[in-house]
Unconditional design. Structure first.
Length: 176
């Protein structure tokens, strides 16, 4: 990556990443974390986790994390460059593919491709969850809350927001 110009680095990185982010921006969280924290050292684990939390709490698309990373690196211009780079190439590719995709709606290869992309997307999102849990779980208690939340979400029909609220109360009380 071009270390001399942060805007060029942001653009090249997010434009490339956008083409491989099947399942949305959240499926690319592990790669964003790897580059922003481990490779480029733009931020710490904690800052990345906080940006992810803000992007999930904010109304609108969860691709806001890209804007926050860009803003952190190069201010308003960096946020704009990162957002355009993450959204632009994928929008163009989706437009071009959609024009052709509908012509082959009954083709067996189309069904096979769609069926194959489902587990790929789910795997990428699961990897994102793992990276974020590792970043957020700063002690054993936080890890237990993450595990309980995952089990409750998977095994019951209880809204995970109730478990998140309980975790938040434990955090406020000083237990975490």
């Amino acid at each position: 990556m071009n270390n001399g110009n942060p805007l060029a680095t942001l653009f090249i990185y997010f434009a490339t990443l956008s083409l491989f982010a099947m399942g949305g921006a959240n499926s690319a969280i592990p790669e964003m974390h790897r580059v922003a924290v481990e490779t480029m050292h733009w931020m710490t684990d904690r800052q990345f986790g906080d940006m992810f939390a803000i992007s999930q709490l904010s109304p609108g698309p969860n691709v806001i994390i890209v804007t926050l990373i860009g803003y952190h690196v190069a201010g308003l211009t960096g946020g704009a460059v990162a957002t355009v780079a993450m959204c632009g190439p994928t929008c163009l590719l989706a437009f071009l593919v959609a024009r052709v995709w509908d012509r082959f709606k009954d083709a067996p290869w189309r069904t096979a491709i769609q069926a194959g992309l489902v587990p790929v997307s789910l795997g990428m999102i699961a990897a994102s969850a793992f990276v974020l849990a590792r970043v957020a779980d700063s002690n054993v208690y936080a890890g237990v809350i993450t595990a309980v939340t995952a089990i409750v979400a998977f095994a019951t029909r209880i809204n995970p927001l109730w478990v998140f609220a309980a975790g938040g109360l434990l955090g406020l009380s000083g237990w975490l």
